[in-house]
Design a protein around this ligand. Structure first.
Ligand code: PRP
Ligand code: URA
Length: 209
């Protein structure tokens, strides 16, 4: 069974409280999504393997540790996942970025795929899927499956707000995919929105409502 890690870091929780506020502007919302992603990236990469290296300082040789050549890719689920990419890239400047375009059919809540573009060596990379919202889980379950169908073996999911229904769907479909979230909310409403949530993440990032 996959792990679910909810980050209770005060900076993340503080920023999340502003993000949820219906009065927060598009500009601030967009900035906060990026900042939260950056802080979450720091926590979610805690298990990256390190290797010992000798570094010559102006004074002596220091025994240091560097990330051991791990190949990573960040894969946002469009649109809203795009808001998290810059924060991840700020922490990992050389990371490759793939894109999966999905939207939820408003009637069926089923994900509809409209775009899929990965770095050519994606099968050699560990992937962190990013999407601010894990609601029914349909989008994340599908995204993880598309990646597995391509041959990706190690996948993590980073979302900002998760609903219990989405966590359950992910754990049933992909018990090997660990989930990182800034909050685990209460439930979904009849329209598949997370309660209390933050509304429609894509619309709030891009100002489309
Ligand atoms: C939102 C969100 C997730 C999805 C979550 O995207 O960004 O991708 O809904 O819902 P689910 O867990 O029930 O699948 P949306 O479909 O609204 O598209 P958008 O990002 O283009 O606005
Ligand atoms: N997608 C969103 O953007 N918000 C929700 O609450 C659920 C799905």
């Amino acid at each position: 069974m996959s792990k679910v890690m909810v980050f209770d870091h005060p900076l993340i929780q503080h920023k999340l409280s502003i993000l949820r506020d219906e009065k927060t502007s598009v500009k601030e919302f967009r900035e906060l999504v990026g900042e939260i992603a950056q802080l979450m990236c720091y926590e979610a990469t805690r298990d990256l393997p390190l290797e010992e290296v000798d570094v010559k300082t102006p004074v002596d040789v220091a025994k240091c540790r560097r990330i051991a050549g791990k190949k990573l890719a960040v894969v946002p689920i469009l649109r809203a996942g795009l808001g998290m990419v810059d924060g991840m890239v700020a922490m990992m400047p050389n990371v490759k970025v793939g894109h999966i375009g999905l939207f939820r059919d408003p009637e069926t809540l089923e994900p509809v795929k409209y775009y899929f573009k990965m770095p050519p060596d994606i099968t050699e990379r560990d992937v962190i899927i990013v999407d601010p919202m894990l609601a029914t889980g349909g989008s994340s379950v599908a995204a993880a499956q598309f990646l597995k169908d391509e041959g990706v073996r190690n996948i993590k999911l980073m979302c900002i707000i998760a609903a219990p229904e989405g966590v359950q769907a992910m754990q049933e479909a992909h018990p090997d995919v660990d989930i990182f979230a800034a909050a685990l909310d209460d439930h979904l409403n009849e329209h598949g929105y997370i309660v209390p949530g933050l509304g429609d993440a894509g619309d709030r990032i891009f100002g489309t409502k």
